[in-house]
Write a protein that binds this ligand. Structure first.
Ligand code: NAD
Ligand code: UDP
Length: 315
C-alpha cells in the first residue's frame, strides 16, 4: 500500500513508519516539525519507500493517491499543547478535515490517533470506550481535549455521511526512546532529572495515577486495529496503574540515581486517575501489552542517557 502518516516525525509517528515499512508499504510522512524531529526518522533515511514532506496539514494538501491515512499530527504533551494551544486546535479541526478529505478523495482507509484525554478527569474507572468523559471545555487542557474529541466527531461524521472507512484508537500514556527530553511529560522529566542528579518534580501529592504503555506494545495495537474492521473507538494502553510517586521511585531504581523528590503544585484539571479497560482490544484484536513499566524504563535508559549527554555537550 501507499500510506500517508501525518505527524510521522513525532515520537509515535516515527515508530509507526518503521512498522508500516516493515509490513512492506510505502510511506509518505507529512509533518511541519512543530514538535517532531527529522532525527526521529534519520535511521530510515536509506529507505527509498519513505518520503518525508515538510507540510503543515492545516492547509489543504494533496499527497497523491494513497490507500491508508494514519492521522497522528498533533502536539501531545501537556507542555507542548499549552504552549501551542491555537495550533493544537487548528491541527485537530482544520488538519483533521484535510486528512479526511484526502481519504475521501482517494477512497483510502483512515486511522485516527485519539487519546485517553477524551475521558478528561474521569468519573468512571477504569475507562471503557463507552464512557463519554468528563472534560472542562474552557480549562487549560481544553485546547487538546476538545480538539481530540472533535477529531473523533469529524471521523465518525465522514464515515456516516461520506462512507470513509475509519478506525479510531484511544491512546493512553505511552513512553520509550525518542520521547523528547524536554517535552515535559512525566517519564521524560523524571528520567532527565534522575540522570542529571536533580530533584524529581512530583506535581501535587503524587497520588494521581497513570497507566504507562511501552511504545512497542502500543504500535502493535495500532497495526492490529488498522487491519481490523472495528470502526468504533478502541482503547490501547497498558492497564497496570501506577501513582506518579511509584513512577518516580521506579525511575530512581532503574537509573540508580540519588535524586530526591520535590513536590510542586498540581496543574489545573490534571486528571486524578487514568487506567484503560482493554477488554475490547483483547477480544477484538487479541492484543495484550507485554512490557511492564520497570522493563520499559530499562529499555529507555540508554536513549535518555545519550540525550542528556548530548544536551550537556551542546550547552
Ligand atoms: P509528538 O509531538 O512527538 O508528535 C506529533 C507530530 O505531529 C510532530 O512530529 C509534530 O511536528 C507534528 N505536527 C503537529 N502539528 C502539525 C501540523 N499542523 N502539520 C503537520 N504536522 C504536525 O507526539 P506523539 O506522542 O508522537 O503523539 C502522536 C499522536 O498520538 C498525537 O495525535 C497525540 O494526540 C496522540 N497521543 C499520544 C499519546 C502519547 O502518550 N504519546 C497519548 C495519547 C494520544
Ligand atoms: N507530572 C509530575 N511531574 C512532572 C511531569 C508530570 O508529577 O515533572 C504528573 C502530571 O501532573 C500528571 C502525570 O504526571 O499527573 C502525567 O503527566 P504527563 O504530562 O506525562 O501526561 P498527562 O497524562 O497528564 O497527559
Amino acid at each position: 500500500m501507499r500510506v500517508l502518516v501525518t505527524g510521522g516525525a513525532g515520537f509515535l509517528g516515527s515508530y509507526l513508519c518503521e512498522a508500516l515499512l516493515a509490513e512492506g508499504h510505502s510511506v509518505i510522512v507529512a509533518d511541519n516539525f512543530l514538535t517532531g524531529r527529522a532525527a526521529n526518522l534519520a535511521h530510515l533515511s536509506h529507505e527509498s519507500r519513505l518520503e518525508l514532506r515538510w507540510l503543515d496539514i492545516i492547509k489543504p494538501f494533496d499527497p497523491g493517491a494513497v490507500d491508508y491515512v494514519f492521522h497522528f499530527a498533533s502536539p501531545a504533551s501537556p507542555v507542548d499543547y499549552m504552549v501551542h494551544g491555537v495550533e493544537t486546535l487548528e491541527v485537530g479541526s482544520l488538519g483533521t478535515f484535510n486528512c479526511l478529505e484526502v481519504a475521501r478523495r482517494y477512497g483510502a482507509r483512515f486511522f485516527l490517533a485519539s487519546t485517553s484525554e477524551c475521558y478528561g478527569d474521569p468519573l468512571e474507572h477504569p475507562q471503557k470506550e463507552t464512557y463519554w468523559g468528563h472534560v472542562n471545555p474552557i480549562g487549560p487542557r481544553s485546547v487538546y481535549d476538545e480538539a481530540k474529541r472533535f477529531t473523533e466527531a469529524a471521523t465518525v461524521a465522514y464515515r456516516r455521511y461520506h462512507n470513509v472507512d475509519t478506525r479510531i484508537v484511544r491512546i493512553f500514556n505511552t513512553y520509550g526512546p525518542r520521547l523528547q527530553l524536554n517535552d515535559g511529560r512525566v517519564v521524560s522529566n523524571f528520567m532527565k532529572q534522575a540522570l542529571r542528579g536533580e530533584d524529581l518534580t512530583v506535581y501535587g501529592d503524587g497520588h494521581q495515577t497513570r497507566s504507562f504503555c511501552y511504545v512497542s506494545d502500543e504500535i502493535d495495537g495500532f497495526i492490529r486495529l488498522s487491519k481490523s474492521n472495528e470502526h468504533l473507538p478502541v482503547n490501547i494502553g497498558n492497564p497496570n496503574e501506577f501513582t506518579i510517586l511509584e513512577c518516580a521511585q521506579l525511575v530512581l531504581k532503574v537509573t540508580g540515581s540519588k535524586s530526591k523528590i520535590r513536590y510542586e503544585p498540581l496543574p489545573q484539571d490534571d486528571p486524578k486517575q487514568r487506567q484503560p479497560d482493554i477488554t475490547k482490544a483483547r477480544q477484538l484484536l487479541g492484543w495484550e501489552p507485554k512490557v511492564g513499566l520497570e522493563t520499559g524504563l530499562r529499555l529507555s535508559l540508554d536513549y535518555f542517557q545519550k540525550a542528556v549527554a548530548e544536551e550537556v555537550a551542546a550547552s
